[in-house]
Design a protein around this ligand. Sequence first.
Ligand code: HEC
Ligand code: HEC
Length: 315
Amino acid sequence: MKNKEPIILAVVVFFTLVTYYLVEPYAHHVMHKHVESESFAYADLPAITKTGDAARGQDLVMGAGACVGCHAIEAAGMPAAMEPQMAAASYGVNPPDLSNAGVIYDARFLTDLIKNPAHALKVEHKFDADKGQMHPMVGFYGAGGDIDQEVADMVAYLQSIAVKPEAVTPALAYENACGRCHAMSYENWTQIGTKPKFKHEKDSLAFDIKVLEYQDSIKTYMGKLPPDLSMYIRSRNEQFISTLVENPQNHLAGTAMPRTGVTADTMDKVIEHMKDAGDTKRHKREEVGKTVMIFIVIFALFALLWKKQVWRDLH
Ligand code: HEC
Ligand code: HEC
């Protein structure tokens, strides 16, 4: 009789592959449309035409630009004017501290944001100035000179006070770019900051109340509470999260989540932080994976030798 083994093997392999294809690639492509990354280039925004002057930019940021009317800049000795939950009651969210805005956000994005926040953030469907729906961040109308030059000066100033890109830790990137909206309970992060270890239950509860007040404001502002991102690195893949951040409208048309305008480097760090929270065992897993592969190869070798030994006398 002819040897049927190769045919049986081919049939098994074929059905295994078909099942795999239907469960994995096919189901994914039906349920999640694939969005290509645009490499965080923000090519839809006007190119930068002016070279900024940081010293003039400082005067504008502190003066006519009015940035410090709403934002803290700790790096320049400008603390927040009010507590986060109070700021959120006024603006919907706490306007972020701008100490590191120059390194967290893309320069082209910042340039557009300063002049027209709703446009850069891609939330014009929610904030239509013609209908009197003003974005809580007021755009800069110019301080009397060439507005493009003035904006470039402010961006240059923000870049001059920021830490070097190497000094941006994953936590810093996350807290700046996402932290005012998204809690991350696995890292003890709330929208108003890291929850400290309190000695007294009373202080712990007082902190929780502030978080709840903050969340009430953001719910009203965004229409819903932005989800806790502790486990999102597991429930959504990296590619989804990074293309969502690059342009939320591509995945969730009409969503209230703004485009955050982060650089590609910041995004890598945000992902790293999300892995630190939701996938803490990943380094260990990769190590174990290697050991298991080596074990399987050696085991297969022995199995083969053993089979040969058993069948030798029977053939
Ligand atoms: C009237 C208050 C107000 C003023 C003035 C203001 N901002 Fe803002 N800014 C906000 C608020 C509120 C947000 C958060 C908006 C949101 O998350 O939807 C914000 C967000 C930002 C962000 C983060 C954007 C992002 O992508 O996450 C940056 C950077 C920023 N502002 C820079 C500036 C600069 C620079 C100036 C001065 C030219 C300025 N802002 C003036 C209220 C203000
Ligand atoms: C100004 C507030 C705000 C900021 C800043 C913000 N988000 Fe969001 N995000 C939202 C809101 C609101 C939703 C809910 C969107 C919806 O369901 O339409 C959301 C949803 C999400 C989701 C879930 C999407 C889904 O499929 O359910 C992820 C993931 C996410 N954001 C990641 C991020 C990351 C990463 C950052 C920082 C780089 C960030 N967000 C910054 C407001 C924000």
